[in-house]
Design a binder for this molecule. Structure first.
Ligand SMILES: [Cu+2]
Length: 483
């Protein structure tokens, strides 16, 4: 009798545990899966949770006038879940992580009302790649104090491009970008309007903000730097695309345009697709290339962008194609239905007026050197009270940038504010085909040198710096004044 009672109690305990486990599992699933399920995934007999790739919203223009646009941006603190249901503190513009897409037209006047709701940190919003005067560039001089706002107005006067915005406070950029402050600024013009390329945002035209983050053993996103981070910039083992780890994106069977941003603090991306599926690069940092460049691997230094077109038409519905950075899977595309609209990869995308070396009135040298806290340019570290280079307004210059080889030499992505430049030479030779368009950042591996040419069309104080944010924060930055 006693044995039977024990058996009944045991059965009841087992039943309670099973019911509990069922509810716990389902609750778990509800918390991590985002949005609606993707078509083509139902067949998947996989008990693990599925994350749908988040697509940043397009920020709403508050001004009804067609020639004027007005936007509100709030830099704020919040929380996000990246892996294993763990909530961690993150920063975002108008949301919990990253920011909305600002869509701009060439010729348009844009006003952005920026509020700093970060509580106790100063910030700035820098328009990376935008050709605007120094006082609206959003560099370390345009500080927005906690709980204060800044209204900034500029006119878009450059070709269609995928640009971005992010904080740039002196010595504190790394942490704020790492915590999540970054968003895209997309410029459209008469060229992008006419091209028969994919351009339905969220249907066959997708932004992919690629980042790597380090979550600690508790799953928290903490910005602390060890010796390796100080040397090489903050790297992490958790890849994120649009803020999601290992997410899925349904794409139409056919041509798909991806607007890629390496939004990492330091990591250089070496991007490729499953089966080494080729793709066509159609744009660099500052706009369309003249002709598409067929690639199987694309290298993007921190802050560089590229627009590419991938043709998924040879895959069956439901098939999966992964995007990798070296051997790490960043995300997976799932092929869906074909769209009704035909798109093309035109042979000619645009015409780029080549700036000739003879137009240059001056030549300058920039040597990237040092390591750890000692990283510098031309032997100098950033001093906000010092102007390093004086440039005449509307003049063209050649900038020779070198990253000398040596013990402990490392790569540096060199970024110039306020201009789009052209690369005349890489290591004494014509640059590769996908670097023959407008650029604002150029990656230099140890031992490399580049010759850049640019016309400085806007007045003001601007920065040039390494876009490994820990190098920038350590002082690998200088200032030039255009007058
Ligand atoms: Cu650097």
């Amino acid at each position: 009798m006693k044995r039977e009672m024990n058996l009944i109690i045991l059965i009841i305990i087992v039943l309670v545990l099973m019911v509990g486990a069922f509810y716990f599992y389902n609750d778990d699933k509800n918390k991590t899966s985002q949005d609606a399920p993707i078509r083509g995934l139902a067949k998947e007999n996989n008990s693990s949770t599925i994350t749908t790739l988040p697509i940043p919203e397009i920020l709403e223009d508050q001004n009804p006038d067609e020639k004027i646009a007005e936007y509100d941006l709030i830099a704020q603190k919040s929380t996000s879940v990246f892996v294993n249901d763990v909530e961690t503190e993150t920063y975002g513009y108008n949301g919990n992580y990253l920011g909305p897409v600002i869509k701009a037209k060439k010729g348009e006047e844009i006003t952005v009302n920026i509020k700093n709701a970060l509580g106790d940190e100063e910030t700035t919003v820098h328009w990376h790649g935008l050709e605007v005067p120094g006082d609206v560039d959003g560099g370390p001089h345009q500080v927005i104090q906690p709980n204060e706002s800044l209204q900034t107005t500029f006119t878009i006067n450059q070709p269609a491009a995928t640009l971005w915005y992010h904080p740039h406070p002196l010595h504190k950029t790394g942490k704020q970008v790492y915590k999540g402050l970054a968003g895209l600024l997309l410029i459209e013009d008469e060229v992008s309007d006419k091209l028969p390329i994919p351009k339905d945002y969220g249907r066959n035209d997708f932004p992919l903000v690629i980042q790597d983050r380090q979550l600690n053993q508790n799953g928290k996103l903490i910005y602390d730097l060890d010796m390796m981070d100080v040397m090489h910039g903050k790297h992490g083992d958790t890849p994120l695309v649009n803020g999601a780890n290992d997410a899925l994106l349904e794409v139409p069977k056919g041509k798909v345009r991806l607007r890629l941003l390496n939004g990492s603090n330091a990591r250089t991306n070496r991007l490729h697709l499953k089966d080494e599926l080729p793709f066509w690069q159609i744009g660099s940092d500052g706009g369309f290339l003249e002709k598409p460049v067929k690639l199987q691997e694309l290298v993007l230094g921190a802050s560089e962008r590229a627009e590419v077109i991938v043709d998924f038409s040879s895959y069956k519905e439901g098939e999966r194609i992964e995007l990798f950075d070296q051997n790490v899977r960043l995300m997976t595309f799932v092929v869906g239905e074909e769209l009704d609209k035909e798109t093309e990869i035109p042979e000619q995308l645009t015409t780029i007026k080549t700036i000739k070396p003879e137009e240059a009135t001056k030549s300058r040298e920039f040597v990237l050197q040092g390591m750890g806290h000692m990283v510098n340019i031309n032997g100098k570290q950033m001093d906000i009270h010092r102007i390093d280079e004086e440039v005449n307004l509307d003049e063209t210059e050649i900038w020779e940038v070198s990253n000398p080889n040596g013990r402990m030499a490392m790569e540096h992505p060199f970024h110039v504010h306020g201009v789009q430049f052209q690369i005349l030479e890489r290591n004494g030779e014509e640059p590769p085909e996908n670097e023959r368009g407008w650029k604002d950042t150029v990656l230099l591996m140890p031992g490399e040198n580049v010759k850049l040419i640019a016309t400085f069309k806007h007045k003001g104080t601007f920065m040039y710096h390494c876009h490994i944010l820990e190098h920038e924060d350590a002082g690998m930055m200088g200032q030039f004044q255009v007058d």
